[in-house]
Design a protein around this ligand. Structure first.
Ligand code: WT7
Length: 631
């Protein structure tokens, strides 16, 4: 079993070892897992290509580590504790034995459908136990899962299915989201009119919504599982075989499929889970993310199950039936470790304190935050009102590409500082770099956050386009992985993430490239050109501000604005709809035709008096007009 770090001194000692002897350090941790064959080499790497291999030659299956190896000692312990959307609904408990059986059954069913090692299976599902089972079944047969968040539109789904060339989609008739029902199957049907590669669709019955089943393509989940055996010998995977692809946005228009492989991801998922949350045997752990995001992959499914924990999966939303739901569920299931996003904290903080006061919350030991910088007010509220000043808050910084938590306090060990992700985990070597690529050594500096040495769960490639991976992450700064984030290292050596330094905005913890939203806006028939920037938003962290040029100033601005929002909804999904749309006659461009986003950002922030140098603009008058029309 992985040994946890217990004291701050030990952290420093372990950290030193992890930097001085990274291979020994990770080999010792990797040795605690079940391998079908031990690795030949711990690490081979270069950041030029990039080419990164952890535990090369090792053979394993991650689900044997999530499931089989626990059966003897904790087969009857609850693995997944599922809380439904409707508060009156019955919670479901799946023990490790039961989860193992369900995963084996689905593995057999997928296999007999013809899904083989390396095939891509797209999961577009509600937050129900079957989603976790499907993730694990894919991993068990060696298929590459591509989970698409069920809030994405049919167009976004089709793009992801086609990019990964998935041959199968797992979905449900519908999903509950608070008081609403979303007809997932009809969204899939629409997407598939554009996806010739998809041969099979399995449909889980969840909401009972009416669905059209396409003959020869669609099968009910329960029919597919009928009579299948409950044992499946896990496929043998190479440590560097692909485990999953997960799409995320960057500064260019098209989302990219971040690739994670098997061995290294597994080792880092459990190591980081145990240490950051200081998980103890028997703890009830709840991460409120959706499995459609990396947080759900690593810290709802893989990390906790690898550690043999009880992981709570919640189908609903924080404000249904009211803003006390998180706290009601916490008491109901006596949650000990709770992990959520600043946007949820801010949304709940804005509601009446009664929603918190009527719950006890005494089971809580550790609170976590992820996805965006947590502002001080939200941190204090979380600490005082939810943690009653006795629970450490782990502000965990990481990314889809990093696979696991990179910079974070270890709960109860690292002294906290609100707004700071504090210190790197063992094995993580952050480096701040200035615009010219020079390393900024010492403390009290601010620059671009890079990582100078490989860690086991790092991105290996971007699906179908390795060059894109190289360009995005390994080209900007020599011999380093570039995160896209700005960061300050204070006098004490503590890290504070200052936000993205590229054209990526973070809306309620969700990442969007400005170009991606612009592309969607430009699909509106009356739009000629657009520019999107982020602006500070009380609840969402960043809101989406769109400057739009139309074919003539629209007669009914209200209507066109609604039309633009609907277009973005159709191309990406509701979470990407612009909060503000300003119609403009022109955009501030340099002589070389580049939009000066700095100026647009300032205006969107409401700071139009300090626009800085605009002398390189082609037409400085445009700026005056935009300032006057700011919304
Ligand atoms: C971006 C990654 C894996 C986490 C879920 C989002 C921002 C994430 C923090 C934090 C400040 C944070 C960064 C990062 N971010 N966590 N604790 N403090 N910023 O994953 O969608 O891949 O987004 O989220 O900007 O680059 P993601």
């Amino acid at each position: 079993m992985i040994q946890k770090i217990n004291t701050l001194e030990e952290y420093h000692e372990v950290y030193r070892k992890s930097v001085e002897q990274p291979e020994n350090f990770w080999a010792e941790i990797a040795a605690t897992f079940k391998w079908q064959k031990k690795w030949d080499r711990v690490l081979e790497w270069n950041f030029r290509d990039p080419d990164i291999k952890w535990f090369a030659g090792g053979r394993l299956n991650i689900t044997e580590n999530c499931l089989d190896r626990h059966l003897e000692t904790k087969g009857d312990q609850v693995a997944i504790l599922w809380e439904p959307n409707h508060p009156g609904g019955e919670a479901i408990q799946l023990t490790y034995n039961q989860l193992h059986t369900e995963v084996c059954r689905l593995s057999n069913a997928l296999k007999s459908q013809g899904i083989a090692k390396g095939d891509r299976v797209c999961l577009y599902m509600p937050m129900v136990p079957e989603l976790a089972i499907a993730v694990l079944a894919c991993a068990r047969i060696g298929a590459i899962h591509s989970v698409v968040f069920a809030g994405f539109s049919s167009r976004a789904l089709a793009d992801r299915i086609n990019d990964a060339d998935a041959s199968m989609v797992l979905t449900a008739d519908g999903a509950y989201r608070g008081p609403k029902t979303i007809d997932l199957k009809s969204i899939v049907d629409e997407a598939l009119t554009d996806c010739p590669g998809v041969l099979n669709v399995w449909v889980l019955k969840r909401t009972g919504s009416a669905v059209d089943m396409v003959a020869g393509r669609d099968t009910w989940w329960h029919d597919a599982l009928e009579g299948v055996p409950a044992i499946y010998a896990a496929e043998t995977m190479d440590a560097e075989d692909n485990l999953f692809v997960l799409y995320t946005s960057g500064s260019t228009g098209k989302p990219k499929g971040v690739m994670h492989t098997t061995g290294g991801y597994m080792v880092y998922a459990e190591y980081s889970f145990r240490n950051v949350f200081q998980y103890n045997e028997g703890d009830i752990y709840w991460c409120t993310a959706d499995i459609g995001w990396i947080t759900g992959h690593t810290y709802i499914v893989y990390g906790p199950l690898l550690a043999g924990a009880t992981t709570l999966m919640f189908e609903g939303i924080p404000t249904y039936p009211d803003a006390g739901r998180f706290w009601e569920v916490t008491d109901k299931h006596q949650v000990n470790l709770f992990y959520t996003a600043p946007t949820a904290i801010r949304a709940l903080q804005a509601k009446s304190p009664d929603f918190v006061a009527r719950h006890n919350l005494s089971s809580l030991k550790v609170l976590g935050s992820v996805g965006e910088p947590i502002n001080e007010e939200a941190w204090e509220w979380y600490h005082e009102q939810i943690g009653k000043k006795k629970c450490p808050i782990v502000d965990t910084w990481w990314q889809t590409e990093t696979g696991g938590i990179m910079i974070s306090p270890l709960a109860g060990i690292t002294p906290l500082k609100p707004g700071f992700a504090t210190l790197p985990l063992p094995g993580i070597q952050p480096m701040l770099v200035d615009h010219d690529g020079n390393e900024m050594k010492g403390n009290g500096v601010e620059g671009n956050l890079c990582i100078r040495f490989p860690w086991p769960s790092m991105i290996r490639s971007t699906w179908g386009d390795h060059e894109r991976c190289r360009k995005t992450y390994f080209e900007t700064f020599d011999n380093a992985y570039f995160t896209g984030d700005g960061c300050r290292r204070d006098a004490e050596g503590y890290y504070r993430i200052t936000g993205r330094v590229d054209d990526v905005i973070n809306v309620s913890g969700h990442r969007f490239g400005t170009a991606e939203i612009e592309n969607a806006i430009n699909e509106h028939p009356q739009v000629v050109e657009s520019a999107v920037v982020g602006y500070p938003h009380e609840i969402k962290g960043q809101g989406i501000y769109a400057y739009v040029i139309c074919t003539g100033l629209p007669a009914d601005q209200q209507e066109v604005r609604a039309g633009i929002r609907a277009t973005v909804n159709a191309f990406i999904g509701p979470i990407a709809k612009p909060d503000k749309v300003q119609f403009v006659k022109g955009l501030p461009k340099t002589r070389s035709g580049k939009i000066m986003r700095r100026v647009l950002r300032k205006i969107a922030e409401g700071g139009s008096s300090e626009l800085g140098d605009v002398s390189t603009l082609l037409d400085p008058e445009v700026v005056e007009e935009i300032k006057e029309g700011a919304v």
